[in-house]
Design a protein around this ligand. Sequence first.
Ligand SMILES: Nc1ncnc2c1ncn2[C@@H]1O[C@H](COP(=O)(O)OP(=O)(O)O)[C@@H](O)[C@H]1O
Ligand SMILES: [Mg+2]
Length: 258
Amino acid sequence: MKKIIAFSGKGGVGKTTALVLLLKYLIEIKKDQDILVIDSDPDANIADVINEEVKFKDTIGGKMKDLKEKIQKRQLPLDMPKNQIIEGDVYRCLIEMDSFDLLEMGRTEGEGCYCFINSVLKNVIDTLSKNYDITLLDSPAGLEHFARKTGRDVTDLVIVTDPSKMGIHTMKRILEITKELELKFENIWILGNRFPENVRDILEKEVEEFKDENIHLLGFISNDDDISRINLTGGNLLEALSDNPAYQQAKDIFAKIL
Ligand SMILES: Nc1ncnc2c1ncn2[C@@H]1O[C@H](COP(=O)(O)OP(=O)(O)O)[C@@H](O)[C@H]1O
Ligand SMILES: [Mg+2]
C-alpha cells in the first residue's frame, strides 16, 4: 500500500533528523520500494544532512522563479500550456540518489499572487508521489501548508516535538488545525525527540488527553552525541550510526508506521 508520511512540528525539534533516520531504515530493510523524499522546508536541509549540494536553480523554487520571470517578460512559448512547463520543471528537479529520489522545494513563495503555479505544483506533486511506494515529506515549521490542505493525501502525519513548552505548544496547534480543517490522516503519530527518560510521562499524558483514536504516541528518540557530531562536522546521517542507540530506537518506533 502506498504511504505518504509527513513530518511536522516546530523548527529545530528534529523533523529532518527523524525523516532521515526513517529513510535509513527503509533503505536498510530493502524491500525494493521506490522512495521519494520531498523537502518542502524552505531552509532546505535534507540535502545538507546527507551531504549533498543542491543549487537553488535546481530546486522547485528556483525553477518557479525563472518561470515567473519568463511570464512577466512574455518569453514563454505560446504553443505550450503552462502546466506542461511546470510539470517538466518538476521532473527536471528530481535528484536520483542510489536508493531514493529527492525533490528539493527551495523557497517557492514570491511576491504577488501565483495561485496558478501553486495549484499546478501541488497537483504535480500529488501525481508524482503516485509513482512511488513511499513518499517522505519534510514540512516547513509553519502551518500554512496545512491551511492550504496540501496534507490531503498524507496517510501518516508524524508530529515531532522536543522536550520544550514551545515544541509541545506547536504540536497541539497542529492537532487543533487538523481538526478545524477536518484534514483526514489515517494516523497521526507523536514523536518525542531528545526526551530524557524522566520527562517522557509528560508527553504521554498530553497525548492521552487528546482521546482520539487516530492520534498515537509513536515513541521517543534520545538525545544522541553521534547525531550532534555528524551535524556539526557535515557528515552523512544515512551512512553513520548503524549500531547507534538513537537509530535503534528510531527503527523500533518507525516499524509501527510501516
Ligand atoms: N536525537 C538527537 N540527538 C542529537 N541531536 C539532534 C537530535 N535530533 C536532532 N538533533 C539536532 O538538532 C538540530 C535540529 O534538528 P533538525 O532535524 O534539523 O530539526 P528540524 O528539521 O525540525 O528543524 C540539528 O542540529 C540536529 O542535528
Ligand atoms: Mg528541517
